[in-house]
Design a protein around this ligand. Sequence first.
Ligand SMILES: *[C@@H]1O[C@H](CO)[C@@H](O)[C@H](O)[C@H]1NC(C)=O
Ligand SMILES: *[C@@H]1O[C@H](CO)[C@@H](O)[C@H](O)[C@H]1NC(C)=O
Ligand SMILES: *[C@@H]1O[C@H](CO)[C@@H](O)[C@H](O)[C@H]1NC(C)=O
Ligand SMILES: *[C@@H]1O[C@H](CO)[C@@H](O)[C@H](O)[C@H]1NC(C)=O
Ligand SMILES: *[C@@H]1O[C@H](CO)[C@@H](O)[C@H](O)[C@H]1NC(C)=O
Ligand SMILES: *[C@@H]1O[C@H](CO)[C@@H](O)[C@H](O)[C@H]1NC(C)=O
Ligand SMILES: *[C@@H]1O[C@H](CO)[C@@H](O)[C@H](O)[C@H]1NC(C)=O
Ligand SMILES: *[C@@H]1O[C@H](CO)[C@@H](O)[C@H](O)[C@H]1NC(C)=O
Ligand SMILES: *[C@@H]1O[C@H](CO)[C@@H](O)[C@H](O)[C@H]1NC(C)=O
Ligand SMILES: *[C@@H]1O[C@H](CO)[C@@H](O)[C@H](O)[C@H]1NC(C)=O
Length: 717
Amino acid sequence: MTGFILYYLTAFLASSAVIPSNVGIQSVAGQYLLGLGIGDITGPVVETNMMGYASLAQTDTGLHMRQRSRVFIVAEQDTPSNRILFINADIAMGDTGVRRSIVSNVTAQFPGIYTNENIAFVGTHQHSGVGGYLENLLPQLTSLGYVAATADAIVQGTVLAVQRAHDSLAPGKLSLGNVTVLNANINRSPSAYLANPAEERARYEFDQDKDLTLLRFDDNSGNARGFLSFFAVHGTSLYENNTLISGDNKGMAAYLYEAMVEPDVMPGNTTFIAGFTQSNVGDTSPNTLGAFCESPGEPYDGMPCDFDHSTCGGTVEQCHGRGPGFQISDFASNEIIAQLQMEGAQTVMDSTNRTSVTGAVRSVHVYLDMANHTFTLPNGTSVQTCPAAMGFAFAGGTTDGPGAFDFIQGDNSSQPQNPFWELVKNFVTPPPSAAQIACQDPKPILLNTGFATLPYNWSPSTVDIQMLRVGQLVMLIMPGELTTMSGRRIREAVRAKLISSGVLDNSAYVVIAGPANTYAHYVATLEEYGVQRYEGASTIFGQYTLDAYIDKYSSLVPFIADTVTGTPASDAAPPEQTSKAISLQSPVVFDAAPFGSHFGAVQTDVSSTPYEAGQTVFATFVGANPRNNLRLEGTFLSIDRLVSGQWQMFKSDSHPSTTYSWVQTSTILGNSQVNITWTIESGTPSGTYRIRYFGDSKPLIGSISSFTGQSSNFTVL
Ligand SMILES: *[C@@H]1O[C@H](CO)[C@@H](O)[C@H](O)[C@H]1NC(C)=O
Ligand SMILES: *[C@@H]1O[C@H](CO)[C@@H](O)[C@H](O)[C@H]1NC(C)=O
Ligand SMILES: *[C@@H]1O[C@H](CO)[C@@H](O)[C@H](O)[C@H]1NC(C)=O
Ligand SMILES: *[C@@H]1O[C@H](CO)[C@@H](O)[C@H](O)[C@H]1NC(C)=O
Ligand SMILES: *[C@@H]1O[C@H](CO)[C@@H](O)[C@H](O)[C@H]1NC(C)=O
Ligand SMILES: *[C@@H]1O[C@H](CO)[C@@H](O)[C@H](O)[C@H]1NC(C)=O
Ligand SMILES: *[C@@H]1O[C@H](CO)[C@@H](O)[C@H](O)[C@H]1NC(C)=O
Ligand SMILES: *[C@@H]1O[C@H](CO)[C@@H](O)[C@H](O)[C@H]1NC(C)=O
Ligand SMILES: *[C@@H]1O[C@H](CO)[C@@H](O)[C@H](O)[C@H]1NC(C)=O
Ligand SMILES: *[C@@H]1O[C@H](CO)[C@@H](O)[C@H](O)[C@H]1NC(C)=O
């Protein structure tokens, strides 16, 4: 979780630089059953805190693009019980409670086929989605507790995506490639990265991973059905002040790719599924211009922030990262970072030299209690992890979002700002013991969350350790955000173990997917931990967190071999907490149209003057609260085009060219207004168009009913 706000301007536009670097041979024989599916997981788009920046002020007011889960199933054709189900959800991070619900639903529908072991629930780590779905208390602070509607939408849409993927199972083949994508990420904590040994750093050209790895799904005739790609870049292209629900750069990349393949199909309805999965994202930033001081009137205004501390004049608040579209808008930056990933994926999809994927499909999953986990380092020293704790630098935030969580302001009893914090602060984290201080050293402890279990657990203690194998490709499904060097170390260690133990030959290819399953914050290297920037301060289980994961994932390698005997030992599953969750979000009371008007009535109509590409058409309507009906798989708006005397839906609420926003104009009278905009793309056919608004109103007594509003016709030249 991070954040950022961009302010003042310099001119720059990232050039698209994609260097193909893959080798190998075209895939041949089909030996897998493949299934792909997509589902709408968009929770309430208004009056709900957004997830990622952990900013109390970031309450959603509408929709830019819907959030989706994309599901990828691979089974062995000969032994279909050997299968994996990979969920790439357009949310900030996986979560224990949501995963529990998905697993329980899917395993009940498909007993013995999908299991707790073979279902991976991975978040894209975007920061502009609907919040409130996480089970542990700490990430609920800014969302005023748990929001069941958000979690339910994620579960429902993901289950639908699973059903669609399952229904689409068909023989096919897989192939693998990679490409170097430049200008799409930078390291936002280079001073921590520099603490890693010089000889280790010398092995890498960059202080970030620039490779995008792609697994292509083909049917048996060689027609592409979709792909799963892995690339590390934070989903923080959209600013912390954006309040329209969106998918950030990975959601946008998926849209761009799917729309390119099936341009005439509405978003979310394509059969081609583009998976842009997050990887070792910890210290990455899409704000590729770097971090600068936004300090008007100060001599350092416009200068780069302090290198070691990301401060301007001694404080973090004015230090902000800048994206490539800085001069234009955060939405422009978002599209550039999305486009770079999309083009990288296209390069691998189109290349003739991907490696054919062959071999067994396997999965392994265990729970690991990371509090006080004792294990042996490769050098023979026995060490242990610690119960969770957040360091002081955690509250300092990052250059993507200075000062995450408003603990200090929220704790100001003379002017309480966060009612949820006011409620739970009575359960404030207990003071750390001498043992905990020593264990977490050199981290100064701000929040001793591992010992905070009231009213329910603040941080996870037990995490999901999971690996999926498809032939020579091994996916480490990680319960947190690994920094660049952490990712390199664990990939290398697991790959070495795969080869040394004879599970795979030299073709072994290891990738990281996360934050997945359980959100256990960050994973920095031992050396980066010593520096205690945000990522180190947020490495919750102490300095040996990474080494514990390397040890555990490596130890599970035998369980993804061709021949597996026995099952690995597992700690107990984490306790269910959702039933204890506190929610302060109030329900919709009622909607009413102003006297003499009706729901859907046009308040501001489109212009009768013809429009041209690049212009924004908008209309406002008498509205009702969109929380009454999330319209999953549907739309709150349509831009219709008149074709041969018939109206056809041309754009939905999920096209990035449209926005839907809602504002309550009177709480007492229940009045509200909806504003729909469409920025006309170049290449839009000239002709007659109209805007429609689909709403649902809740009377004081009685049930919710739907209505439609409609603008006048307008002309696009
Ligand atoms: C967000 O902040 C940026 C930078 O200050 C500003 O340009 C932009 O207009 C803001 N966006 C919104 C939606 O307020
Ligand atoms: C990219 O693919 C090539 C060929 O398989 C491989 O040698 C290389 O290690 C891959 N790059 C990464 C970062 O995995
Ligand atoms: C699974 O979820 C779907 C959609 O939310 C629901 O209709 C169905 O009843 C659930 N099934 C089980 C077995 O929980
Ligand atoms: C998606 O396709 C289904 C089935 O064809 C259709 O009912 C639905 O309206 C489509 N959704 C959108 C947003 O066009
Ligand atoms: C792989 O394919 C890409 C794109 O088609 C090409 O640019 C690259 O040189 C190829 N690499 C090898 C090693 O053949
Ligand atoms: C971890 O050890 C501490 C003592 O250092 C103890 O208080 C705590 O209960 C232990 N936690 C767990 C989950 O075992
Ligand atoms: C093993 O490595 C750890 C961590 O780097 C170090 O603290 C310890 O001293 C080493 N032990 C030996 C025996 O070298
Ligand atoms: C509480 O915060 C407000 C500003 O947010 C400040 O004016 C006031 O002095 C603070 N009170 C205390 C007791 O710190
Ligand atoms: C609706 O949105 C457009 C485009 O952003 C804006 O110009 C207009 O002021 C908005 N109207 C209302 C009533 O919010
Ligand atoms: C909009 O166009 C349709 C189709 O041509 C026509 O039936 C309708 O009367 C038009 N509406 C207005 C207000 O002109």
